[in-house]
Design a protein around this ligand. Structure first.
Ligand SMILES: C[S@@+](CC[C@H](N)C(=O)[O-])C[C@H]1O[C@@H](n2cnc3c(N)ncnc32)[C@H](O)[C@@H]1O
Length: 387
């Protein structure tokens, strides 16, 4: 039997995406998968950690637990941190940061805990080498994650670095774009698998279009990313990483339908086209300046529609009218369409006036939102009116 170099990892995700993240991990070949709240833990080796960072669409970050210990108070935390041997993971010449998450009554401020833990690490290095690693909160070489649950402390290495929603294809924008992980998760929840035509009728900077094309073509979610934290680790195996990239890219497949975006704002259309170019997806995605309300279904066969309309003010009459118009347009001009949309304007959603076939609670940043689905039937089976 070969040597088992597997270790535990935890992939963090957004509320409501645990089951699809689990599915993604199964498809990638993870072992010992356990689903938690906004996270899924699993086991794999270094190669699998590279593969997971490169491919997972619904993970925000992947951490690797290193040490577990119990703490009673801040002095104890300092002592326990001081006792750890971190030279295997951190060089005195490297910069580092500690990100703390708390689920305990023992401490109330995560920044304070990070500070204490950092002091212990720095003091230990100074004692042993006469020098100390520097702290860089913005762009650290090594990023630790300290999680305290009741009196149970876990120190992990963050293998991703910046959140994995930084896919690398988006240029700066003044439009409020949807988070890429949220967009990918919504597409997977909606059942989008690339077998049909796709439309985002209010595409903004084009996030749904790009994530939809990447899913359809099986392109690794983070192939355009600038880098991952694990590339700076002492044990980084560059050859193995290159191999993982190559094997992942070999699984890319052709897509034979259309992916179209509309937006009424010329600036959004320009931005979407830029981003599509950055993602090298121009051959699959077409963006047009158009108002959804003046449009009609252009393609034969079933159409998969996913979008996030403007949310506006909670009690705005304009928004109610706007959402009513969405319902009218779907009803009159989009037969044979499965339309999914996410909004945090729960009042306005009621004015769409169509019966939902699915309703899923999600969060867009901090805003409680609903992902809803309307099935617009073809021909005689008319769209159902809201009860
Ligand atoms: C919340 S943003 C969508 C953000 C987008 N998902 C992204 O990731 O960038 C809503 C978009 O709807 C567009 N919009 C508003 N009314 C529209 C209409 N009648 N037809 C098409 N687009 C419209 C706005 O210009 C804006 O770009």
């Amino acid at each position: 039997m070969g040597k088992n170099n597997n270790f535990k990892m935890i992939a963090k995700t957004l509320h409501g995406f645990e089951a699809i993240l689990e599915k993604e991990l199964i498809a990638l070949g993870a072992s010992k998968i356990e689903t938690g709240v906004r996270n899924v833990s699993f086991e794999g080796d270094d190669g699998f950690m590279y593969k997971a960072n490169l491919n997972l669409r619904t993970a925000i970050k992947i951490i690797k637990p290193l040490f577990e210990f119990r703490v009673r108070n801040q002095d104890d935390l300092y002592k326990q941190m001081y006792a750890l041997n971190l030279e295997h993971y951190l060089d005195v010449d490297q910069s580092f940061a500690i990100d703390t998450t708390l689920a305990t009554d023992l401490f109330s401020h995560s920044l304070f805990v990070s500070q204490k833990a950092k002091d212990a690490i720095v003091d230990k290095f100074r004692k042993q080498t006469g020098r100390r690693p520097s702290v860089d909160l913005k762009n650290p070489t090594i990023k630790f994650n300290l999680h305290i649950q009741r009196n149970h402390c876990t120190l992990s290495l963050d293998s991703s670095g910046r959140s994995l929603h930084h896919r690398g294809y988006r240029t700066a924008t003044n439009i409020a774009p949807i988070n890429e992980v949220l967009a990918a998760g919504i597409l997977l929840l909606s059942g989008w698998d690339g077998r049909g035509h796709f439309l985002d009728p209010m595409c903004g900077s084009g996030t749904f279009l790009i994530e939809a094309a990447m899913i359809a073509c099986n392109i690794p979610a983070n192939i355009n990313r600038k880098g991952f934290a694990f590339e700076k680790w002492k044990d980084f195996d560059e050859e193995l990483y290159k191999k993982i990239v190559e094997v992942s890219l070999n699984k890319v497949k052709e897509f034979h339908y259309s992916i179209t975006g509309y937006d009424k704002a010329p600036s959004a259309v320009r931005k979407a086209i830029d981003n599509v170019e950055n993602a090298n997806l121009t051959e699959y995605i077409n963006v047009e300046q158009a108002s959804f309300f003046d449009s009609k279904k252009q393609t034969e066969g079933p159409l998969h529609m996913v979008f996030n309309p403007p949310y506006g003010e909670r009690l705005s009459i304009d928004m109610e009218e706007f959402y009513a118009k969405i319902g009218d347009t779907l009803k009159q001009s989009y037969p044979g369409t499965q339309a999914w949309m996410i909004s945090s304007n729960l009042e306005a959603l009621k004015h769409v006036g169509l019966k939902t076939s699915r309703k899923i609670k999600l969060f867009n940043s901090q805003l409680e939102s609903r992902l809803v689905c309307y099935d617009m039937y073809q021909g005689s089976k008319k769209a159902k009116q809201q009860d």
